[in-house]
Ligand binder design. Structure first.
Ligand code: 5AD
Length: 352
């Protein structure tokens, strides 16, 4: 096994049975984590890209079994920020020096596409990258968002096991999820996807498929996080995802995909103290701080303990900077585009 991992450090190839063995057995975990960290350092360096997250609406038409803001959860205080509130938050992020803004919401038309278009246009007047995370939309909507300047789109596949996908996502279609990812890629977004680790009845076999799927679709960003069971969902009695297993899925993804962006997800910090810092030392190079006021943060409760810090935005950035410094890393000053397009983009100087 050791040779297989050492080999993969240079080839970035692992076959499915190797991945399964490595996920099942914990004897090689430190070697996997160290290898992922080496690859991260070699390919994407010591910079950590911060993405300012604005969760502008928790209204959602979907009923994902694990998600706290699912449609049927009647305890959620629903909100949708106005255009000017969203733009104000974006300006806060810009003034704090963030280089990317992520606009995320539940899947709905609570904020119509025409408003989203105006917001994107307004934010893009500043020199900043925009990531959208709005769920499944039509080809035409995606295309318009891209044409007016949105740079990236996040849409997790959540699981590549079609049966599990169907069980977890009533009235949704696995095929449509795949189609959306294909469309986003074709339209020219940097595409982020990823999955949840620890869904009820999720097999190690399917986690290996997830990792291979990320590579197969040539994603630009992969976010993996542990399932954190929410008490107001049908799967409230299930167990949380395992931190170490999640970390390993992430590290193996880094080994196979050396130059992509990998966030140390918020969910990792929510189930394990310093979980995000640990993730940053096992292959991750991105952190996505939520920059909203606490009142809104608390209503976007997709899982418990999501808002573990109640700092001001200014203090939080300083706190992160200190945490990064302690592990020999620093906040990036560029937009952190996917390195895959290094030679193709006009703003090449961004990479230096
Ligand atoms: N635990 C962990 N992650 C969750 N997500 C949704 N609900 C939960 C939960 N209970 C993740 C999904 C989604 C992302 C925005 O949040 O993977 O894509």
């Amino acid at each position: 096994m050791e040779n297989i991992i050492k080999n993969a450090e240079n080839t970035h190839i692992l076959n499915k049975s190797d991945i399964i063995n490595l996920l099942c057995c914990n004897d090689y975990d430190s070697l996997i984590f160290k290898t992922a960290d080496n690859i991260r350092k070699k390919f994407v360096g010591n910079d950590i890209h911060l993405r300012a997250l604005i969760e502008f609406s928790n209204v959602c038409q979907n009923n994902c079994l694990y998600c706290g803001i699912r449609r049927s959860n009647k305890f959620v205080q629903r909100y949708t920020l106005s255009k000017s509130e969203i733009i104000n938050y974006a300006n806060t992020a810009i003034n704090l020096g963030y280089k990317t803004i992520v606009l995320q919401s539940g899947e709905s038309q609570a904020l119509p596409s025409k408003d989203i278009i105006e917001i994107i246009k307004e934010i893009k007047k500043s020199d900043i990258a925009i990531t959208l995370s709005l769920g499944e939309k039509s080809y035409e909507e995606y295309k318009t968002f891209r044409e007016i300047g949105a740079d990236r789109y996040l849409l997790r596949i959540e699981t590549t096991d079609p049966n599990l996908y169907q069980n977890m996502h009533p009235n949704m279609s696995f095929q449509n999820r795949l189609l959306c990812l294909k469309n986003l890629k074709e339209i020219g977004f940097e595409v982020g996807t990823g999955s949840l680790v620890g869904l009820p009845n999720q097999s190690i076999n399917s986690l290996a498929d997830d990792i291979l799927f990320f590579k197969e679709i040539d994603a630009d960003m992969i976010g993996v996080g542990p399932l954190i069971t929410h008490p107001q969902t049908p799967i409230k009695d299930s167990r949380n995802g395992d931190f170490n297993l999640t970390l390993k899925v992430m590290a193996l993804t880094r080994i196979l995909m050396p130059d992509i962006n990998i966030p140390a997800t918020t969910a990792m910090e929510a189930i394990q103290q310093n979980g995000r810092t640990i993730a940053l030392q096992c292959g991750a190079n991105v952190v996505m701080p939520n920059i909203m006021d606490n009142i809104h943060k608390d209503s976007y409760n997709i899982y418990p303990n999501k808002n573990f810090y109640q700092h001001s935005n200014e203090n939080y950035k300083i706190l992160l900077e200190d945490k990064f410094k302690a592990i020999g890393r620093k906040i990036s000053t560029n937009k952190g585009y996917s390195l895959k397009y290094k030679d193709k983009r006009k703003d090449n100087h961004e990479y230096s």
